[in-house]
Design a protein around this ligand. Structure first.
Ligand code: SF4
Length: 224
């Protein structure tokens, strides 16, 4: 079976198991971008708290830009890597303000997604996953974000080779996901990776796609 047919079959099986996720209302791209930066290397819970604390103390992005880096870091401390994230957030806000005149990223939703990724990934702290999240969740674009869960599951299912670097996995998987399926497949693969195909002790007895598993066939072990 070729990889595209395999992806379609996996999408079908996951939708039978988890349903077809429907898009929520579009979110503000800059809010999503900063939220995605805060989510790096921490849990959703802690990054959510850091984001709420930041918005609570500095209601506008201009307020954040005017604040001292130390103040920002103290506010987002719960999200981890606070000093580094605070510096990066300030630098990114400054770059947006200088380049585009105001702290608003709505315009990126009308740009070619690859151009957006190429432009923003030049900034420190922004990678292809972060921009893919912004394009998919804030702009409603058909872009497939690859996080650690999705990368692990994709390796186990043989969609990407073991130990594929995340940027390469983005390119491979982006080319395999059928048009219009980036959002629902991303969410279902995430639910699958978090709830069933976990890093340790996967619940294989609940797996909706065991026939594709390289671990089951012995071609791969838990370490990849
Ligand atoms: S059989 Fe187990 S390890 Fe393999 S894909 Fe399914 S849940 Fe993951």
């Amino acid at each position: 079976m070729d990889l595209r047919a395999k992806v379609e079959s996996i999408i079908e099986a996951l939708e039978a198991k988890f349903g077809v996720p429907q898009r929520e209302a579009r979110k503000d791209p800059l809010n999503v971008l900063i939220g995605a930066i805060l989510s790096q290397n921490t849990s959703d819970r802690n990054s959510g708290r850091a984001y709420q604390a930041l918005r609570g103390r500095f209601p506008t992005w201009d307020d954040v830009l005017s604040a001292e880096t130390d103040q920002i870091a103290d506010t987002i401390r719960i999200g981890g890597l606070a000093d580094q994230k605070a510096r990066r957030i300030k630098d990114i806000l400054l770059w947006i303000k200088k380049t585009h005149g105001r702290l608003n990223l709505d315009f990126i939703c009308d740009m070619d997604p690859q151009d957006v990724i190429d432009t923003f990934c030049r900034l420190k702290g922004i990678g292809i996953k972060t921009m893919s999240v912004v394009l998919c969740f804030a702009c409603g674009r058909d872009v497939f974000p690859v996080d650690t869960h999705i990368l692990r599951v994709s390796e186990r299912l043989g969609l990407v080779p073991p130990k594929t670097p995340p940027d390469k996995a983005h390119r491979i998987l982006g080319g395999l996901v059928p048009e219009g399926k980036a959002y629902p497949f991303h969410l279902n693969l995430l639910a699958f990776g978090r709830g069933i195909c976990k890093a340790r002790d996967p619940k294989c007895e609940e797996c909706p796609v065991p026939e594709y598993c390289l671990m089951k066939s012995g071609a791969m072990d838990l370490q990849g």
